[in-house]
Structure formats: structure tokens, C-alpha cells
Design a protein around this ligand. Structure first.
Ligand code: NZQ
Ligand code: ZN
Length: 392
């Protein structure tokens, strides 16, 4: 196991009905004037925004509001949010929604105290300070409620880029699984795919002797395999929703990834799909991740065989471990299809002829990316080709 620091200071407030306590936690973390930030309307329709407003008013906290965050959140709304916060004297940003809203809130939080263009933070600069961020989560997926990451799309050229800093880790996150019961099955499945992808990015590693994090990863994956079909079949299954919501946090605050080299190529490769086609991140991952697995599994057949046996219940073929590894990848793709995810370009709405554009936009030039297997541009083009033509 490698040396590591693990810093995860967010206070998680978990359980049914707990969004009503939001005002209390805003006050606890020093908010006196809040920007309520939300998406395209689901949090308004469910009455959640009103519930949160009432809890703020009950604590004597003033607020401004800015809705309209799109999935794959855009820089243009971030600029508006920064101006609004400055003119209103906002001292805490409250995201009500999913990863897109939370990431947009984090971008605004970094931008307000910064004199330059906030996009600098998505072009390599590290953010040292930010306004405090709180979240009221409505979809289990991105894990942004417990992460120090944010991903924003620049409308000019549709460039999707990420940044990471402990300054933007939420101070608190309200996690009420019942809030996710209004999600359409497709969004639920996209979220589940993203959660599993966050684990796989960490699971495939060259670091040896990482039994504890291997087992934690497998626990999260097995939970998702069990619980996702239950919520697809019954969206109101609170207990399954609760397990998935906590799995989404655990999958991405890095407790399952510390002390081990991680990969992250599939995420980078996917981000170009959601940037170009504006598809859901989770749906893009459903198409890319099994294709990446097929391209790299020979790098460590036994690791792929291990996940096949432990998570997918494949019987180990000692005479032919490669067959076991491949069976695991096949089961993953079958699972994705069973929860309604696309598995190839056509089902996602992507085009094979766009592959050169996708590779070009990744911007790796003659370089290499990834931790588990280093990929060059030609390798990534091949992964897109496998993804384009995948079948069960
Ligand atoms: O906009 P509204 O109307 O709220 O609808 C949203 C949106 O259309 C809807 N939704 C959310 N909660 C709902 C609901 N509909 C009904 N009932 C509810 N309770 O779901 C749609 C998707 O929301 P979004 O926030 O985009 O989903 P997600 O949480 O998957 O976030 C995706 C974004 O996060 C980024 C992705 O790249 C993508 O831009 N990621 C962020 C990460 C991070 N910050 O750590 C890591 C991830 O790997 C990921 O890259
Ligand atoms: Zn993700």
C-alpha cells in the first residue's frame, strides 16, 4: 500500500426528512446570506426548494437564488452566479440537486473570492480558497457531495474540464434518500453506473497488497449490483435508495481509493462524449467502461478474473483465467443493459465518424494518460471504436 493522507471533513446529515434541517447546518457553518443554486426544475416541482427556504427563514438566514443549472453544467451560468454572489454579499453557496448543480456551486464558490477568470481553475490552477459550500443531494451518482472535485463545460468549444481542491469540499451535505424517489429510471441507472465507475477507476491498479481497499471496492460494487435492480423495479424502495445513496458517497470521497494508484482514463474518455453529445455522464460511462476493460484486461488478467469471481460470481477457470476475466466484463455489460443503459455509440446517440474529433479534443497530443495502463491517442481511438461497435 502507498503512503497517503485522507481528508474528508464534510458533515453528512443522512436520513428521511432531514432536508428540513438545512437552515441549522447553514448557520452552523457560518452562512448568513446564502445563494440557493438548483437545476432545471425537479427540485422546484418536488417542493424541496420551498422546504429549504422555510428552514433558512426559520433560522433568520437571508437568501438569493439562481436556478437553471443544466446537466453537464456550463461556465456561462457560473459567471452569472459569481456576479450575483458579489452584488448580494453571499457568504455560503447552497446546492440543491445533483452533481451538475453541486459542481456549478463549487465553481461559483471558487470564483467569488478570485480576481481572475474562474476558468483558470479548470485549466490547471489550484484553488486555495473558496466560499463554503453546502449541498442538498437529489440524485446518487457523481459523489460531488463528498468530493473535492468539480467538472464544468465551457460553452465556447464545449470543453469539459475538471478541477480538484480541498477548498471546495462541501462543509455539509444533506442526504435524504427519499428525495431520489422522484428520479426517472434512466437517471437512476445513469447514477448507478457512475457510482460503479468511480469504484472501477480505483480498483484497477498496479499497487500491490491493497486488500482492505480491494474489499471495500468489492462491497460497494456488490451493493450496487444488488440494489440497482430493486430501485428500477420499485422507485419508492426507500431502503434500496438509502443503500445506493451512501454507496455513491463512499465510492467517490476516496475512502476506497487511498494508498493505491488509480486509473481515470475511462472518465476522461467519457467526458468528451458528454461534452460533444450532451449525454448523461453515466450513460457515456456505460458505453466506455466495458470497452476500456476489453482493451486493457491483458495488462493484469488476474485482477480482472478476481473482480469477475468476487463481484459477478463467475466460477474461476484455473486452466484459462483469461476466460474468467472476459466473462466478468461480459456480465458487467449485461448488467448495464439490464438496468436500461446504452452499450454502444448508436444507443447513446454518438457517431463512429466523430472519433478523430473526440480524440483531438482530449488534447493529449503525443503524450500518455492513465494510471493503470498508460494510453496514447491511438489507443484511445481504438477504445472508442470498440465502444462504437459493442454488442452483447
Ligand atoms: O435539472 P433538474 O430538473 O434538477 O433534473 C436533473 C437532471 O436532469 C435530474 N434530477 C436530479 N435529481 C432529481 C432529478 N429528477 C427528478 N428527481 C430528482 N430527485 O437528473 C438529471 C441529472 O442531474 P445531474 O446533476 O446532471 O446528475 P449527476 O449527479 O449524475 O451529475 C452529473 C455531472 O457530474 C459530473 C459529471 O461529469 C456531470 O457533469 N461529475 C462530477 C464529479 C465530481 N464533482 O466529483 C465526478 C463525476 O465523475 C462526474 O464527472
Ligand atoms: Zn463519474
Amino acid at each position: 500500500m502507498n503512503n497517503f493522507n485522507f481528508y474528508s471533513p464534510t458533515e453528512f446529515v443522512f436520513g428521511k426528512g432531514r432536508a428540513k434541517e438545512t437552515g441549522f447546518y447553514v448557520k452552523k457553518y457560518g452562512g448568513t446570506k446564502v445563494l440557493i443554486h438548483y437545476g432545471g426544475g425537479s427540485a422546484l416541482r418536488s417542493g424541496l426548494v420551498d422546504t429549504v427556504k422555510e428552514s433558512l427563514t426559520a433560522e433568520g438566514i437571508a437568501f438569493a437564488e439562481l436556478g437553471g443549472v443544466q446537466p453537464n453544467p456550463r461556465d456561462t451560468l457560473v459567471y452569472k452566479g459569481i456576479e450575483l454572489c458579489r452584488s448580494e454579499g453571499v457568504d455560503l453557496i447552497l446546492a440543491i440537486g445533483g452533481g451538475s448543480v453541486i459542481d456549478s456551486a463549487k465553481a461559483i464558490a471558487m470564483g467569488v473570492p478570485y480576481e481572475g477568470d474562474f476558468w483558470d481553475f479548470y485549466s490547471g490552477k489550484h484553488a486555495e480558497k473558496a466560499l463554503p459550500v453546502g449541498t442538498v443531494l437529489t440524485i446518487a451518482a457523481a459523489g460531488s457531495e463528498g468530493s473535492g472535485d468539480s467538472v464544468i463545460t465551457k460553452e465556447d468549444g464545449m470543453l469539459k474540464r475538471g478541477t480538484g481542491s480541498d477548498a471546495i469540499r462541501p462543509k455539509f451535505s444533506m442526504l435524504d434518500p427519499a428525495l431520489t424517489q422522484t428520479l426517472p429510471a434512466y437517471q437512476t441507472a445513469c447514477g448507478a453506473t457512475d457510482i460503479m465507475a468511480h469504484v472501477f477507476e480505483r480498483y484497477f491498479t498496479n499497487t500491490k497488497e491493497v486488500e482492505i481497499t480491494d474489499r471495500l471496492c468489492e462491497a460497494v460494487l456488490m451493493t450496487m449490483v444488488k440494489e440497482t435492480p430493486r430501485v428500477i423495479a420499485d422507485p419508492n424502495n426507500y431502503d434500496a435508495r438509502a443503500n445506493i445513496m451512501w454507496a455513491g458517497m463512499v465510492a467517490h470521497n476516496n475512502i476506497v481509493g487511498v494508498g493505491r494508484e488509480q486509473d481515470w482514463n475511462s472518465h476522461n474518455i467519457e467526458h468528451e462524449l458528454s461534452a460533444l453529445y450532451d449525454c448523461a455522464h453515466g450513460a457515456g460511462l456505460a458505453v466506455i467502461f466495458p470497452a476500456w476493460m476489453e482493451f486493457v484486461y491483458k495488462h493484469d488478467i488476474m485482477r480482472f478474473a478476481q473482480v469477475a469471481v468476487r463481484v459477478w460470481g463467475v466460477k474461476m477457470n484455473f486452466a484459462d483465467p483469461e476466460a474468467t476475466a472476459l466473462e466478468g466484463i461480459k456480465r458487467f455489460r449485461q448488467f448495464l443493459r439490464s438496468i436500461g443503459m446504452p452499450i454502444n455509440f448508436a444507443e447513446l446517440g454518438a457517431k463512429e465518424e466523430d472519433i478523430p474529433v473526440l480524440v483531438e479534443k482530449l488534447g493529449i497530443g503525443d503524450g500518455e494518460t492513465g494510471g493503470f495502463v498508460h494510453l496514447k491517442a491511438a489507443d484511445i481511438a481504438e477504445i472508442y471504436r470498440i465502444a462504437a461497435r459493442a454488442e452483447l
